[in-house]
Design a protein around this ligand. Structure first.
Ligand code: SF4
Ligand code: SF4
Ligand code: SF4
Ligand code: FES
Length: 907
């Protein structure tokens, strides 16, 4: 079974006279390196499978012919020499041959100083080639890609780029063509990168040892002054990035080979979409709305004084409940902690929320209720140790590309994949099964999956008996939820549901991954309960390769909630009503925080409409574009007496702000983020904040001081000290400190309860649920708030696409917009629906719902099913969210972004 752990025996080998022990199966090259020997390589990469093309890594093995160490496994008793006159001669010959067809213009080459061929030549003391006419082959250069330059004249045919595209990214774009000196890399069938399905991840450029495929920034900017390792601020995969800086300018970003979440890989956004930080459109001064209704530049003192004065007035005249704050999933843990502390101690209210409300609050809620903690149970690594994955309502290859690539690799290596999604997403195309359900039918399908497992006795009785409670209720609740019943609702054939349930339950180790397609629904919490039930009844929790795992959206949406930017809990999800937590906070904060739960994000807008909420402070959230039912949100913002927006750019929400404060980007601040698998990682300042801007945490402290408070970590606040307090107040973070984050592989996964605790890769291990016992939860499936009817006959579902992020604030200010799919919004519609409605590919259509209408170009595609259309919300010029309803999850208020009824008219 592929889930077996590495139990290989150790073998002893001698390398250059030194004995070492390595696991059986280790390649000789690794053994030689372990013994301290330096063996030159060209085609080898630690991230790729052994290939053995260049022979540069030859070593002598006693009793054998010289062997290519990178793809020769060790054998017990081997005696190896890594240097000798003969080896030097062979390596020199190989090098000479490679260089005979390589231009010798190192000094003017952009790879000068970081070219592996150059380094190997220097190591071998290579001075000149006996071949008189190097570089006979001059294939045309390809500079058509916005981020990469391709110069095959320099290619040494090592195939690392091809293997990176296959083995890391899984896009299979590149191939080798020709033989001998004519061998070169081609994209697709030679049509070039852009047309061959390249997703611009840059893995080929990272792997290329020379300057044949390279980042354009190499060419334009040369070697950096310094490199700073930080964490990506786009999605919640949490890739470690090496930011290269010249002066005070970021020139290039590469994935860190040491990154625990990304292992040297990245996607187009993390790697290339960083120019937004230096955009001319960045806010560089506070703005105050004048009597003429316009925003005018103001000094920091003026703006901060005004904010402090107005918030004091609101608090003192209308009471603390008249204020609400929205913290940002884009900001660091330390900043979000500061904002909730400001809200609770200076303003005296629990009215603080963050955008997890509108994405994964049902996941946190249901996981908390069922298992005792509101986070995913397992780690990214577990996709490599599983036999079967149910992926429901998530499109990781676009929304979480590095994790998506990892899932793809796991599937290619044999893990079963069952995709449950209305769309034929990329992973559905390689899945064993695709259950293409109707939007809004997740709960029905998940009910029927449980029914099959229960009815066919596919449960893990021992696990249920020892570690869970509430099983009998669930057995009863799903007794009549047959696959035939679910077929009526979901459109998924009953037999498919049966087969999926059997595959999942019978797999040795099975895991569930879900995304916003599950949670952004009127009954999203119920579906999450169902998924957890499924994991519990099959014993798929607390072990490698199993688990119930939400794939979180934004970079720090997990952290924002973990640190207490929520209306009902402090950091570490401790209830604001819990007397012990309150007392501990009082001791540290010097003031007793309010015990009454605060307003959720949608409730804030309702309260503004009702006139009870007078002032809001919104950090880095464009609620007027990203939240559903735009008119309702805008109306709420307009009703406020005072709105502060803290942003890096003007946006739809700042239109209604009284004061706009310019914050800083992740490249300009220190702190930490928590990724989707609870990995706490450092964010490090690579460049100073643009003149006129301030890190967001500094701003909270400055306003607090002006209001007679003090958040307590200095001015500006020291993020390491903030972490100390956060850890002290959060039992599951008690072992976290900056000191530890600098070592220990650069991350700690919470729970991490003491300085000795290494952190927790798998929560609830061995059935030790944080809640005591894993709790089954029955529920009754209910339809979405809105179903298609005669007037609005189509389902509209929404989501993300690869090249953009959220409302596009950052990505639209980068060169990703040069890539065709990133240029405008499109309504994806099935050919059958398009034909019925007279809609043509590339022509504009009107999309109308009960809330509003938008005009958008149609893309006729079989990736959506008949009866369902799809749009993203990345483009402010196409206000997709105008179309969406205010229906929300009954437990958490998470809006139903994924299901609306619309009609489409050809224009
Ligand atoms: S950028 Fe990524 S997807 Fe494109 S060719 Fe290179 S490795 Fe493949
Ligand atoms: S383009 Fe670079 S990585 Fe690819 S085969 Fe040529 S030298 Fe190797
Ligand atoms: S996968 Fe996510 S975290 Fe990684 S580079 Fe891409 S956007 Fe950044
Ligand atoms: S590095 Fe071993 S064959 Fe190329």
């Amino acid at each position: 079974m592929k889930t077996e752990q590495n139990t290989s025996a150790m073998v002893e080998v001698r390398v250059d006279g030194r004995s070492i022990r390595v696991p059986e199966g280790t390649m000789l090259l690794e053994a030689c390196r372990k013994a301290g020997a330096k063996v030159p390589t060209l085609c080898n990469s630690d991230k790729l499978a052994p290939y053995g093309a260049c022979r540069m890594c030859l070593v002598e093995v006693e009793g054998r012919r010289p062997a290519a160490s990178c793809h020769t496994p060790v054998a017990a008793g081997m005696v190896v020499r890594t240097s000798s006159e003969a080896l030097s001669r062979i390596r020199g010959n190989i090098l000479e041959l490679v260089i005979s067809d390589h231009p010798l213009e190192c000094l003017s080459c952009p790879a000068n100083g970081r070219c592996e061929l150059q380094s190997v030549a220097a190591e071998l003391g290579f001075r000149e080639s006996r071949y008189q006419s190097p570089a006979q082959h001059r294939p045309p250069k390809d500079f058509s890609h916005p981020f990469l330059k391709v110069d095959m004249e320099k290619c040494i045919a090592c195939a690392r780029c091809v293997r990176a595209c296959d083995e890391l990214q899984g896009s299979f774009v590149l191939g080798m063509e020709g033989r001998g000196f004519d061998m070169r890399v081609i994209a697709g069938n030679g049509e070039g990168f852009a047309d061959a399905g390249c997703v611009s991840c840059g893995a080929c450029a990272v792997e290329c040892p020379v300057a044949a495929i390279m980042d354009r920034a190499w060419v334009s900017d040369g070697l950096p002054d310094r490199t700073v390792t930080t964490t990506c601020s786009y999605c919640a995969v949490g890739c470690s990035l090496n930011v290269q800086v010249k002066g005070e300018r970021v020139t290039m970003i590469e994935p860190s080979p040491l990154g625990s979440a990304n292992r040297g890989h990245s996607c187009v956004k993390g790697r290339f979409a960083h120019e937004f930080a230096g955009s001319r459109e960045r806010l560089r001064s506070p703005l105050i709305r004048g009597e003429d209704g316009e925003l005018h530049e103001a000094s920091w003192d003026e703006a901060l004084d005004l904010v402090a004065r107005k918030l004091t007035e609101v608090r003192d005249s209308h009471g603390p409940q008249a204020f609400a704050a929205i913290a940002s999933a884009r900001c660091t843990n330390e900043e979000d902690f500061l904002m909730q502390k400001f809200t609770r101690t200076v303003m005296g209210t629990n009215n603080i929320d963050n955008c997890s409300r509108v994405c994964h609050s049902p996941s946190a809620f249901a996981l908390g209720k069922s298992l005792g903690t509101g986070a995913g149970t397992n780690s990214f690594e577990d996709v490599e140790h599983t036999d079967c994955i149910i992926l429901i309502g998530a499109n990781p290859t676009e929304a979480h590309p590095v994790f998506g690539a990892r899932i793809k690799q796991a599937v290619l290596k044999g893990a079963e994949l069952i995709v449950i999604d209305p769309r034929r997403i990329e992973l559905a195309q390689i899945a064993d099964m695709h259950l293409a359900l109707n939007p809004g039918a997740n709960g029905a399908v998940v009910s029927a999956l449980q029914h099959v497992v229960l009815a066919e006795g596919l449960v893990d009785e021992d696990f249920i008996a020892r570690f869970t409670e509430g099983f009998e209720e669930v057995k009863e609740a799903f007794k009549d939820k047959t696959p035939e019943w679910a077929e009526e609702i979901s459109g998924v054939p009953a037999e498919q549901i049966r087969e999926a349930a059997r595959r999942f339950a019978k797999a040795g180790r099975a895991m569930i991954l879900w995304g916003l397609g599950v949670t952004e629904a009127a009954h999203g919490s119920n579906t999450v309960f169902g998924l957890i039930n499924l994991a519990l009844m099959t014993g798929n929790l607390g072990k490698p390769g199993t688990g119930a795992n939400p794939i979180r959206g934004q970079n720090n949406v997990q952290g924002g909630s973990d640190v207490g930017a929520l209306p009902n809990v402090f950091s570490d999800y401790r209830s604001v009503a819990d007397p012990v937590a309150r007392k501990e906070h009082q001791e540290v904060w010097g003031t007793l925080p309010p015990s009454q739960g605060g307003l959720t994000l949608p409730q804030m807008f309702d309260a503004a409409h009702a006139g009870t909420l007078k002032a809001m402070w919104i950090t880095a959230e464009d609620v007027a574009q990203s939240d559903p039912n735009t008119e309702h949100v805008v109306g709420a913002l307009q009703s406020l007496d005072f709105l502060v927006c803290q942003e890096i750019f003007l946006n739809e929400t700042t239109r209604y702000a009284h004061v706009v404060l310019p914050g800083a980007t992740f490249l300009e601040k220190d702190g930490t983020f928590v990724n989707s698998d609870r990995r706490i990682q450092r964010v490090r300042r690579a460049i100073p904040p643009l003149e006129g801007c301030k890190p967001d945490g500094d701003i909270y402290q400055e306003v607090a001081l002006r209001m007679g408070g003090d958040l307590g970590f200095g001015t500006p606040p020291d993020p390491a000290k903030v972490m100390e307090e956060l850890a002290a107040l959060s039992p599951n973070w008690r072992g976290v400190s900056y000191e530890r984050l600098e070592g220990e592989g650069g991350f700690l996964q919470w729970p991490c309860r003491s300085p000795e605790d290494p952190g927790t890769a798998i929560v609830h291990e061995g059935g030790a649920f944080l809640s005591g016992k894993g709790r089954f939860t029955p529920f009754e499936w209910q339809p979405p708030a809105e179903l298609p009817d005669e007037e609005y006959p189509l389902f509209l579902t929404t989501g993300r696409q690869l090249f953009h992020y959220n409302v596009g604030t950052m990505t639209r200010r980068t060169a990703v917009t040069q890539l065709l799919p990133a240029q405008k919004e499109r309504l994806r519609i099935h050919p059958k629906d398009a034909a019925k409605l007279g809609v043509e590919n590339g022509r504009e259509v009107l999309v109308i719902s009960r809330r509003g209408r938008v005009t958008v170009e149609a893309e006729v595609t079989r990736k959506v099913k008949p009866g369902t259309v799809f749009m993203t919300f990345h483009f402010p010029e196409t206000q997709t969210n105008l179309l969406l309803s205010s229906a929300a999850d009954e437990y958490t208020g998470c809006p139903e972004y994924k299901v609306s009824a619309v009609r489409v008219q050809a224009l």
